[in-house]
Design a protein around this ligand. Structure first.
Ligand code: ZN
Length: 466
C-alpha cells in the first residue's frame, strides 16, 4: 500500500480543498488549490490557521514583539527602495494599474522597516532597542510551475515573520534569544523535541564571486557579517550540542543567515526540513537610512536588522508536520478537538445517552471547543472509531453509553504524541456534563498556554463531518 503524504492527511483533516470532490463545474485542474501553487484552506484549515495565528501572536507578544499587519499589495517604489526590484525581481509579481507599477509583496521586511522609522520619528528617544516587530504575513513569490509540490513548494504562503532592529553590541544575545524561542515553540506548541540529535544548523554564506551582482553590498561588509554570524552559530551549536554546516552561495541577497534543519519522518523515510531562519542584514538599514536616524535620535551606534521566522513558511511546516505525525495535530490546532460517540444499545438508557451527549456537546461549544457527536452502537463502535481515526483524527474521543450514564461517568480516550497511542480514562460528571472532561481539556492546552499565554478557543459544531 502506498504511504500517505501530507496532502492526503490535509484532505482527511479538511485543511485544504479536496481535488475533484463535489465541485464538478470547476474541474480537476484547479484541484485543492485556487491556482497553481496557491493553496486554498478549507473548513478544517480555517480553524487550524486561526488558532495557530492566535498562538503565534500571543507567543511573540509576551516575548516583547510588537504585532503588525501589513498589506499584500504595495507600490513598487517601496520595493525599489528596499532593493528587491533590483535583486529579487524574478521572484515577484509586478503589474501596472493607472500607469503606476505595483507589486504583490514577496517579503514583509520593507513594511516593518517603515513602521520602525515612523515610530522613531514620532516617539523619538522613547523608542528602545532592540525593537522587535512580528507579523503572521502572507507573501507571494514566483516559483516555476514544474517545481510546485503540494504544500511544500507553493507560490503563496504565510510566514511567522519578525524583524529586530538591534545595536551591533546586542546582536549575539538577540540571535541566541531567537534560537531559544524556536526551541520553545517547537517543543511546547508542536511537541517536536529538539534534543535527540535530530537537528543541525546550516550557515548560509555568499558566493564571494557574486557579491555586487547576486548579493547586495560590498565584499568587506559580507566578510565582516559572515565572520560575526559564524561565530554566533558556533556558540549556539555548542550550547545545544548540534552540528553546523556551511552552504556557500545560499545566503539571502541582503545578508548571510542561519537555518535550523530538523529531521522529520515522512512517507519516504526520514527527511531533513528547514524550520526557522535567522538572517543578518546590513543592507536594508542603509537603504532606509536607519543608520542616520538612529544616530540622530538614539545616539552614535551601529544597528543591524535581523530577519527571522521560527517555523518559516507555515504551509511547508504544516506539510512536514502532517507527515511526521501522520495527520495528528495537537489539541489546540486540531480542526475537530473532541468527538462524542453516543452509543445506543436498544435499552431504556438510550434516551439518557442521547440527552447526555447533546448536553455535553452544548456545554463544550459554550466553552469554545470544536466538537461533533456521532451516533454509534455496540456493534458499530469499532468501525466508528476507525472512521474518526482515518478522517478528522480528534485528539479526544468521548464515549457515552448505557454503562457511562448509569455511573455518571464519561470514558475519555486521549491521543498522546510522544507514544503515538491513546490512553483511556474515566471522568465523572454532575449537573454540568463537561465538568470532569474540562480537566482533560486543560491538560491538553497547558503547554500551549505556557508558551503563548493563551489556549485559543474557537467553537464549532462539526457533527455533519463525522
Ligand atoms: Zn525580512
Amino acid at each position: 500500500m502506498r504511504e500517505k503524504d501530507h496532502i492526503d492527511y490535509a484532505h482527511e483533516l479538511d485543511i485544504v480543498l479536496k481535488p475533484d470532490a463535489a465541485v464538478p463545474l470547476i474541474g480537476k485542474e484547479y484541484g485543492h488549490f485556487s491556482g497553481p501553487g496557491i493553496p486554498l484552506f478549507s473548513i478544517g484549515g480555517g480553524f487550524l490557521r486561526q488558532a495557530l495565528q492566535q498562538i503565534l501572536v500571543g507567543f511573540h507578544a509576551r516575548r516583547g514583539y510588537y504585532i503588525a499587519e501589513t498589506p499584500i499589495l504595495a507600490s513598487s517604489e517601496l520595493f525599489r527602495l528596499s532593493g528587491h526590484m533590483d535583486f529579487y525581481r524574478e521572484n515577484m509579481y509586478v503589474f501596472n494599474i493607472e500607469d503606476r507599477e505595483f507589486t504583490v509583496k514577496p517579503m514583509n521586511c520593507p513594511y516593518h522597516l517603515l513602521i520602525f522609522m515612523s515610530h522613531l520619528a514620532r516617539f523619538r528617544s522613547r523608542v528602545k532597542l532592540p525593537f522587535k516587530i512580528f507579523e503572521v504575513g502572507r507573501v507571494h513569490r514566483y516559483e516555476p510551475s514544474g517545481s510546485l509540490y503540494g504544500l511544500l513548494r507553493v507560490r503563496g504562503f504565510t510566514q511567522d515573520d519578525a524583524h529586530i532592529i538591534t545595536p551591533e553590541s546586542e546582536t549575539a544575545s538577540v540571535i541566541a534569544g531567537v534560537f531559544e524561542e524556536m526551541k520553545s515553540l517547537l517543543e511546547l506548541v508542536f511537541r517536536l523535541p529538539m534534543d535527540e540529535g535530530n537537528v543541525r544548523i546550516r550557515l548560509s554564506v555568499s558566493d564571494r564571486s557574486q557579491v555586487g551582482t547576486h548579493f547586495m553590498g560590498t565584499l568587506e561588509e559580507w566578510e565582516a557579517a559572515e565572520r560575526a554570524l559564524e561565530d554566533i552559530a558556533k556558540r549556539i551549536a555548542e550550547k545545544y550540542n548540534v552540528k553546523v554546516n556551511v552552504g556557500v552561495g545560499e545566503a539571502a541577497f541582503y545578508g548571510p543567515k542561519i537555518d535550523l534543519m530538523m529531521s522529520l519522518r515522512g512517507s519516504s523515510g526520514v527527511k531533513e526540513w528547514q524550520m526557522g531562519t535567522i538572517q543578518f542584514d546590513f543592507n536594508l538599514p542603509r537603504r532606509f537610512k536607519v543608520y542616520d536616524y538612529v544616530k540622530e535620535i538614539l545616539g552614535d551606534m551601529k544597528v543591524f536588522v535581523i530577519h527571522r521566522a521560527l517555523l518559516g513558511s507555515l504551509e511547508r511546516f504544516l506539510g512536514g508536520y502532517l507527515e511526521h505525525y501522520k495527520g495528528r495535530l495537537p489539541f489546540s490546532l486540531a480542526p475537530l478537538q473532541i468527538a462524542v460517540l453516543s452509543i445506543r444499545a436498544g435499552e431504556e438508557a438510550d434516551a439518557e445517552v442521547e440527552k447526555v451527549s447533546a448536553e455535553l456537546k452544548w456545554a463544550l461549544l459554550q466553552r469554545g471547543l470544536r466538537v461533533a457527536v456521532k451516533e454509534s452502537s455496540r456493534t458499530g463502535l469499532s468501525g466508528d472509531v476507525r472512521f474518526l481515526e482515518s478522517t478528522l483524527k480528534p485528539p479526544v474521543i468521548v464515549y457515552v453509553g448505557p454503562k457511562e450514564v448509569k455511573e455518571s461517568t464519561l470514558t475519555v480516550s486521549v491521543y498522546d504524541h510522544a507514544s503515538g497511542k491513546r490512553r483511556n480514562l474515566s471522568v465523572r460528571y454532575g449537573s454540568d456534563p463537561a465538568e470532569g472532561l474540562m480537566a482533560v481539556v486543560e491538560e491538553q492546552e497547558r503547554e500551549v498556554k505556557e508558551a503563548s499565554g493563551i489556549a485559543p478557543r474557537i467553537p464549532a459544531d462539526l457533527t455533519h463531518m463525522v
